[in-house]
Unconditional design. Structure first.
Length: 249
């Protein structure tokens, strides 16, 4: 299994925090950057192969990779990151999406136990939702039928829609179908939409099951307010998990 991490964005809503660095290089409460945390947790969960897309300040991501010598990390640069969405980055990485994958955004902060549960979940292709959260106004929602994902969008608010985070476990066959639809979009010049726009067209061909993350933590950092909030919230989950580890010993 590979982890595919999209880090091509500008981070323009992060005020001065991303003036000289990509969003994934912002530090959390313990001094660890978002990217360092992702690589540490995922590697502790057994993932050793990575594909990371890059945009601005790509050299800083190369430096982080040097800290993880035991991992195999391939970088894919999107030179048009200022004018395109991550659907283009996914297309550029297409030939590397040749295995089961964990697909995630580079601004996601999550608990280790969430990843462990996701990897152990008894379905080949899985996505994350929280049925207890209020539907966010400006972030992704997922529409589900009989526990299977049918649509991902910012603009859906119906009774079968739930708060959703872009962290997927996908089988090799599922990611291949999505990858091919993404390629169709990009080849037609549709480059300013989410990769999920392409996903929505092929949900009748695949089965991505939903897993609730209501008892775990995953959230994205879009702006400075999110940055402050998430950094403090994840601290509480880290303390919880450390307490569980101590109790187990």
């Amino acid at each position: 299994m590979k982890a595919v991490i999209f880090n091509s964005g500008m981070g323009s809503r992060m005020s001065g925090h991303t003036r000289y660095k990509p969003k994934c290089m912002c530090e959390l409460y313990n001094g660890e950057t978002i990217l360092e945390r992702q690589l540490r947790i995922l590697s502790e969960c057994g993932i050793k192969e990575y594909v990371i897309t890059t945009g601005p300040f790509k050299e800083q991501l190369y430096k982080v990779a040097e800290q993880f010598e035991e991992l195999h990390i391939e970088f894919v640069h999107n030179p048009d990151y200022k004018k395109t969405n991550y659907i283009v980055s996914m297309n550029l990485a297409g030939n590397l999406l040749d295995d089961d994958v964990l697909l995630l955004h580079g601004d996601l902060v999550f608990s280790k136990t969430l990843v462990q549960k996701l990897l152990k979940y008894g379905k080949d292709s899985v996505c994350l939702y929280d049925e207890t959260r209020s539907l966010p106004q400006k972030d992704f929602k997922g529409r589900f039928q009989n526990g299977i994902l049918k649509e991902v969008s910012v603009d859906i608010f119906d009774s079968d829609c739930y708060a959703f985070q872009p962290l997927y476990k996908l089988s090799k066959d599922t990611i291949a179908i999505w990858r091919d639809k993404v390629s169709e979009y990009v080849n037609k010049g549709v480059v300013k939409v989410y990769a999920e726009n392409a996903l929505n067209e092929i949900t009748d061909q695949i089965m991505i099951y939903g897993m609730s993350y209501r008892d775990e933590y995953v959230d994205e950092i879009d702006n400075e307010e999110d940055y402050k909030r998430v950094s403090q919230e994840i601290r509480l989950f880290d303390e919880r998990d450390r307490g569980k580890d101590e109790d187990a010993t």
